[in-house]
Design a protein around this ligand. Structure first.
Ligand SMILES: Cc1ncc(COP(=O)(O)O)c(C=O)c1O
Length: 388
């Protein structure tokens, strides 16, 4: 008997400790973490600077409502604006950040239609779920919020007709994470951005999974040569302390006038004291270049080791967000549980993608260790499938 809803399928492991890129369960077994808590612990576990700053903040004020000034919020919003003219709104999760973006887009444009993409994922609250282009996630929750439409991702022909003068915003991930680690085509995305902005709709980039250094730049859109009207972040921003944010071009600041939107905990000092340091650490040229170096190293090892595999269709992604696409989706669950047995934590994405989201602090040796376990496991699975 459990006192919890069974809404998560949980592995039978309880983690009790860890450090850097390793987690330890209640039996003392160690696991190399290639999940980062689903893209959250980008700086690993027990990061000394983050632990220190949170301890220090615990001894100070925890919460002051948004009825009063906050220099800390100003400072973190400025860091998230990353040298550009954007204003920020703080909340507590990715879904909430996307809710804020949807509300802003409707109020700013006076239009209602929101366009997003097949296989997208934007969260589980009503607006964010309505923006999520996956039927399985909508199941049982009708009616959804009206006027949300879904169009094919990376598809050239449909969007010029679908996105029009009646569209409030287009919400898009630079790499569809939950949908299967599927990167947006760079030319397609640029054309989509130009078209969206030309018809007066807001381009909303969901950086909840791709942001905060995950792809080797502070935000993935920086590698796409576009300027979103709005972008949303969460996950890695607090490295485990719940925090989300929506950033919008400065010209949209007056749209959220006093009383128009808000949340009690948004911009909470415990969360923002950590977010402030996360940004200081990650948004450094050397740190981001290092993520790129690790990207090349990890992808090269995977390409070399898997290039003759019949089971692997494709290795794709960007930065330290990697998808290994399996030809046989029935083997994905087994691959993840076998790897877990061998002490490596990985994730599922879409129906047939083995997803890797290691902390950005992962070492070369740990990359080698994980890749050799993955190659070994996929080779065994391929051979067993072949024998059948
Ligand atoms: C791209 C994207 N957007 C939004 C969300 C929702 O974030 P949260 O679970 O913090 O509400 C997620 C979570 O996986 C995500 O990957």
């Amino acid at each position: 008997m459990s006192f919890l809803f069974p809404n998560y399928s949980r592995a039978n492991i309880e983690f009790v400790d860890g450090a850097n890129q390793t987690l330890i369960d209640d039996q003392g077994k160690e696991y190399l973490d290639f999940t980062s808590g689903i893209g959250v612990a980008n700086l690993g576990y027990y990061h000394p600077v983050l632990t220190k700053v949170l301890h220090e903040q615990v001894d100070k004020l925890w919460h002051i409502p948004n009825l009063y000034e906050s220099k800390l919020q100003e400072q973190v919003a400025e860091k998230l604006a990353n040298g550009k003219d954007y204003v920020g709104f703080f909340c507590n999760s990715g879904a909430e950040a996307n809710e804020a973006a949807i509300k802003l887009a409707r109020k700013a444009t006076g239009r209602t239609e929101i366009i997003s993409f097949h296989q997208s994922f934007h969260g589980r609250t009503y607006g964010a779920m309505s923006a999520t282009g996956q039927e399985s996630i909508h199941e049982g929750f009708d009616p959804l919020v009206p006027d949300f439409k879904y169009i094919p991702f990376n598809e050239w022909d449909i969007f010029p007709e679908a996105i029009t003068e009646t569209t409030a915003c287009v919400m898009v991930e630079m790499i569809q994470g939950e949908g299967g680690v599927l990167p947006a085509n760079k030319k397609w995305l640029k054309y989509l951005a130009e078209h969206t902005q030309k018809v007066g709709a807001l381009l909303v980039v969901d950086e909840v999974q791709t942001g905060i250094g995950r792809t080797g730049s502070l935000f993935a859109f920086e590698q796409y040569d576009i300027e979103p009207d709005v972008y949303t972040v969460a996950k890695g921003l607090g490295n485990g302390v719940p925090v989300g944010a929506m950033l919008a071009k400065g010209e949209y600041a007056p749209v959220f006038s006093p009383g128009s939107h808000g949340t009690t905990f948004g911009g909470n000092r415990l969360a923002l004291s950590v977010a402030d340091k996360v940004l200081d650490i990650i948004n450094q040229k050397a740190f981001l270049e290092d993520v790129k170096k690790k990207e090349y190293y990890l992808f090269n090892l995977l390409y070399k080791g898997l290039r003759n595999s019949q089971l692997v269709q494709e290795v794709r992604g960007m930065g330290l967000m990697v998808g290994i696409v399996l030809a046989d989706e029935t083997l994905l669950g087994k691959a993840i549980s076998d790897l877990q047995e061998k002490g490596l934590l990985t994730l599922k994405a879409g129906k047939n993608v083995l997803r890797l989201l290691p902390p950005l602090t992962i070492t070369k040796q740990e990359i080698e260790q994980a890749v050799s376990l993955i190659i070994e496991e996929l080779t065994i699975l391929e051979e067993t499938a072949w024998e059948k």
